[in-house]
Design a protein around this ligand. Structure first.
Ligand code: ADP
Ligand code: MG
Length: 314
């Protein structure tokens, strides 16, 4: 693994030299590894977006060094900076920032157009990316025809357009309800795991931050804490539970049906036996007839014995 983002003592000031000079970042040092998923958390106004603009080469640091995939961002001129951004970074914002007048498909294509890709290839890749975020069925819809979550999925597809090494997301779930935010977070996990994208996520949600590899806490323009996260989506754990429950339910169902089978045997066997007894039992008339027959045959035997005797006597 190699370091893809290396910030060394970054200071960012606004209104430099003016009486209202503002220092927002007071010497941030941070390294992010290729393929890492990190979260930046902290109160409003603490400098998270300013830091993200720095990482995404949207702005230059006032002092300190920043290396993005080995390139010294502080020394790059405007054109180089724009090239670095276009090739290395995909941005996702809270407010989606889609072009309102063109459909989802064209929105995703746009960065490829700037990158100089041919039309056919652009169309194809754009559709593949919409498929990746499960928005291909809405390719021809305008942003205004999409829900917040759908717009954000299109925005993520657009961020992936030039196959950037890094995805920077500034509160991407901030305007979404938690269920939709969950879906968006799952897409980030997918891009991180399956496409090995390095992801820097700014979020207000402590739960979502916990799902990343590392949580970086910022307060008043300095890093106050760095700690490890689970690196796993919460849904994976909640998905496991039903599997355990299902096993339990299956076993219980089996036990209950075994029990029913036993009960069935008892209930079914009883009347069957009774019927057999009743069916096979001779009626009273039959019993009488049988007795008479037996008597008769006994008499026959006696009679024949008598006859024998008579013969012998003779
Ligand atoms: P966060 O994203 O953590 O809410 P920001 O990075 O957006 O915080 O802002 C941090 C501070 O920097 C705020 O006080 C904000 O007003 C100030 N700030 C951000 N950008 C500029 C700018 N371009 N000019 C002047 N002040 C700025
Ligand atoms: Mg912000």
């Amino acid at each position: 693994m190699s370091t893809i983002i290396k910030l060394d003592n970054i200071v960012k000031k606004f209104y430099i030299g003016e009486p209202n000079e503002l220092e927002i970042l007071h010497g941030i040092s941070l390294e992010v590894e290729e393929g890492e998923f990190v979260a930046i958390v902290g109160p409003s106004g603490s400098g998270k977006s300013t830091l993200m603009n720095m990482i995404g080469a949207l702005d230059r640091p006032t002092s300190g060094d920043y290396f993005l995939d080995g390139i010294n961002v502080g020394e790059a001129d405007d054109e180089e900076l724009s090239d670095i951004r276009n090739q290395k970074v995909g941005f996702v914002f809270q407010t989606y920032n889609l072009i309102p007048k063109v459909n989802a498909w064209k929105n995703v294509e746009l960065p490829m157009l700037y990158g100089g890709m041919g039309r056919e290839e652009r169309n194809k890749r754009s559709m593949e990316l919409l498929k990746l975020v499960e928005m291909d069925d809405r390719a021809k819809h305008l942003p205004e025809e999409l829900s917040g979550g759908q717009k954000q999925r299109v925005a993520i597809a657009r961020a992936m357009a030039n196959d950037p090494a890094i995805i920077l997301a500034d509160e991407p779930t901030g305007a979404l309800d938690s269920k939709t935010g969950r879906l968006v977070m799952d897409i980030f996990h997918k891009l991180n795991k399956e496409q090995h994208k390095t992801i820097v996520l700014i979020t207000h949600s402590p739960e979502l931050a916990e799902e990343t590899d590392r949580i970086i806490q910022i307060k008043d323009g300095v890093i106050t804490e760095v700690r490890k996260g689970s690196g796993k989506p919460l849904t994976q754990e909640t998905e496991k539970k039903p599997t355990v429950d299902k096993e339990f339910i299956d076993n219980t169902i089996k036990e209950i049906s075994d029990l029913f089978e036993q009960i069935d045997n008892i209930v079914v066997d009883e009347p069957k036996d009774k019927n057999e007894v009743v069916e096979n039992a001779p009626s009273e008339v039959e019993v009488e007839e049988k007795d008479n027959k037996e008597k008769a045959s006994a008499e026959d035997v006696n009679n024949s014995n008598d006859e024998k005797k008579e013969v012998e006597d003779k």
